[in-house]
Design a binder for this molecule. Sequence first.
Ligand code: ARG
Length: 484
Amino acid sequence: MSKKTTQKIQVNSEIGRLRKLLVHSPDSGLGKVVPSKAQDWLFEDIVHLETIRGKEYDYYTKLLLYFLDYDKIIGKLSKIDDPKQNRNFFKPGKPEFHNSEYVVELQTLLAEILADSNIKNQLTASVCAIENCNYATQNRLQELSSTQLANVFISGSIKEEAMIFAPIPNFIFTRDIGITINNHILLNKPAKKARTREALLAKYIFFNHPIFKDYRDNIIEIPDLSLSFLLPKDGDDKKVTLEGGDVMIVSKDHLLIGVSERTSWEAAHHSIKILFEKKIVKKITVVKIPKKRDYMHIDTVFTQVKKNVWVMLGNFSRKAQKGLDSDPIEQGLDYTNRKEDKLKIIQFNRKNLNDTIHFDSLEELLTDISVNDLGCKKEEVKFIFSGNNEFPFDAREQWTDSCNLLALKDGVVIGYDRNDKTLEAFKKLGFQSIEITDLLQKFESKALKPDDVKDTIILMPSAELSRARGGFHCMSMPLLRDDI
Ligand SMILES: NC(=[NH2+])NCCC[C@H](N)C(=O)O
């Protein structure tokens, strides 16, 4: 295997040219989500496996390769896409698999660490413990090859056999397993049971895979609240839970942590303590959003597009937040339920913890970041609102991840093709849009080079993917970005 040596890790913005990331392409487990469990497993619906792979996610892999590992893909598109190839280029474990060092597949890393018999034993025992397997199953799993075992741990099924435990369909949302903060990695503590096995696998990968070897001392685990096992069942608010969709490194000194349905105040508090003690950042801003399935993590309500451009949900704008303080009778008449959406934004400074700064709206915070952290002194800071800020398109398009975009570089983002009104808003600000199929053709024919793409939103097919309730920001865990 090619990835035996340690690799550089460094992320200090949301928009620096992306050079390396962790991904996981949809495995067979996604095709085994049953209607009765879809909600528990955090999918909004069941998905069609062949469509989500061949007609949706594979385009993402190809796009990432053009931007991050050009030689792996250029000139090979027709071969890769030939039906005779059976998509093997996209399947970890197959000899034809791309196995890119820059578009790093988690399943490959998992298989690689499982080649060590010690790790294999430990991890098999751990997975069997959390999944309540009997001893016979545990022994059976030990017999499998490392590639097969990685596949079972992720999909929940032994090939051609019945499922032995639940799939982890949300593993495609690699954002939530950990987060790169400068040259450190903060591990997650998932709030939802459906994501527990993901965190276990991720922990073993980060601590054991050679590509992270030089960074072992830089892996941060948030401690549990002492005596947390004494908490009553409904003491959820006190639990220490943190998911990567709630953590954003916006400049080398400044980190955002969302407090949300998934990330607790306790976890934010512990993270601030540790990150300040280790002097990893200078400022941390806590953004408390309503606990609501629609919003789940802060990256579902805003992401960065360009140094001076952000996409966000209008409910958290200056105007909307001001309105929330207005006449309570008027508020009662607001059927759009915006009154639930009161934000709390508090900024902490390492030098003086008591010297906190409060922001009244997301726009104010994000403007401050663009101007003061990223030095946009001349350019005006601009906002693109979900659904062009028109009810009901704002809520509908936020639900299908209009605000959850991944920046490949400053001004070039990937999003779903279904958020029409948000797209109009992008165009009004002078952005171009291009369908992924057209873009890939242009790259392949060398009519265009990835580095020449500017101020563009790349549109990806999304009928199945959006039912899993995450966008491309969620489907990426950046490991390396250029400085901006
Ligand atoms: N960073 C994110 N917004 N991740 C989205 C995760 C979606 C996933 N279905 C969940 O509910 O957990």
